[in-house]
Design a protein. Sequence first.
Lengths: 96, 544
Amino acid sequence: MNKDSQMRAAINQKLIEMGERERLKELLRAKLVECGWKDQMKAQCKDVIREKGLEHVTVEDLVVEITPKGRALVPDSVKKELLQRIRASLAQHSTL
Amino acid sequence: CNGAWLQRKQHTLQPTYYVMSLYPQIMFCFGRARRSSRCGSPAGCSHVNAYKVDNWRPNLRVIYQCFVWSGSAETRRRKAKSCICHMCGAHLNRLHSCLYCVFFGCFTKKHIHEHAKNKRHNLAIDLLYGGIYCFVCQDYIYDKDMEQIAKEEQRKAWKLQGVGEKYSTWEPTKRELDLLRHNPKRRKMTTNCTIGLRGLINLGNTCFMNCIVQALTHTPLLRDFFLSDRHKCEMQSNSCLVCEMSQLFQEFYSGHRSPHIPFRLLHLVWTHARHLAGYEQQDAHEFLIAALDVLHRHCKGDTTNDNGKKANNPNHCNCIIDQIFTGGLQSDVTCQVCHGVSTTIDPFWDISLDLPGSSTPFWPLSPGGDGGTVNGESHLSGATTLTDCLRRFTRPEHLGSSAKIKCGGCHSYQESTKQLTMKKLPIVACFHLKRFEHSAKLRRKITTYVSFPLELDMTPFMASRWASTNYLPPGLYVLVRYALFAVVNHQGTLESGHYTSFIRQHKDQWFKCDDAIITKASIKDVLDSEGYLLFYHKQFLEYE
């Protein structure tokens, strides 16, 4: 693993231990609903299901088609805010 | 999400069901999680049968508790350390755990697939979402028993984390499915359909009642309560106001566009709130409080506590009115000598705010005092904002030497300061701008413009310790944002005037309701209006 992914793993570990990861996930969920991202994704999923047929579509089909779109459609403001919160959480923990 | 609902059958007592929220922005519940019984559930598969032997249930639970939804600090630590791919060490890439042995592998890089093939271990669990993957079927499968365990473990973890219950999509019961099949007529809600809008005939100076009815019929939670037929009437006579409201909602959401004549409602209001009877113009705010009071009293059949027993205590009522409108106002009286604080909390349905220009002294807060647009309100050179009024309402007030309070600590009368803050925020917050002055000398209307925002953050006015800091724990921030959904305005003077209202549909469609006449309005129209009663709805609701 290179330095970047080492850091990522370390941060991830810390956040899980703090219980912060779950809370951040909740915040992210709320923000993504609020900005309409969840509805957009739902609509995309429906398109994929219609395309592949209800009987034949698998979760994998959806993941492969939706993931890139989902990642691209997250608003910058949401990314910014989450980054801020992560920084704040990590900073708070190191002062304890 | 598109919404659909059943049409009420005219000749039977089939209940009406309301399926989806009109406000995609609002996730909500009714205070208790629904125990859904899956029927016609999606496929499990036969390949799980090899797994469901011996002690499989507790084993599966352990996997959920340790590696998927870790509730306790210990399991979290373990999860953090051990949840990495056994082949490449990554913690991302949709990590899965084999169900038959201790092996973690990436899904994206197919490491778990390799393991499945080599060891002939057909089942794996997604560590992010808890889904069970069958390598033979090559898809996620939903075995009823395993789903049950998953749900239980998830709830347990949430509880441990202090998250409480979360929104889960509606799953119909067998009875509901039957009803849906027997009542095939559907009405589709698009983003610009105007169902729910209906004018109200003025029965003689009844505009004060009409505008409150418009506000109530467009209160999302109240609408959902009535459209899903949740009122169980316990009154013997025909004079239940809640039943009448239920009828009113049916009328408003029937799709009829002709104005409705609310004569029965008016009659019931006269019966139960005598002080409002007569054909003179009344105060819309007084009507709101009287209506909520009568509805609250008539909701007795719907109040249950957790044991399913009827709650007879009016102070611990859990009726829909209390659930939606009741907040808690904290009053702290601080003794100036010993600094002891005496705290009381009183329920409230509305917050009445004094305005500049009234005979009560309004502390002139400099416009944009603490950095301007706290709530995105316009500060047109000195215009008072709703936030200013709220700040004034919650500022510490010196009670003066003529109003000494008996201090429990000093055992004598001392000067003190009093401060009001919000302890419990209601789901719907109604702000009453006190425009009508009825003092001994003066009877007049204060027409000062007060600017109010489309979205309101109540954090600065709350009693909790977070109010004084800028930092809120992540996740808590979203729970105090409110969205404007109705405005009641009064035109004219104290002696002769007229009430109209603005109400909101979907996300940003506003309409002006002037008795029987409904017209489209712009957000600017709404925000430029004088404002008498302002109705705000919490944007995100949490489960009790």
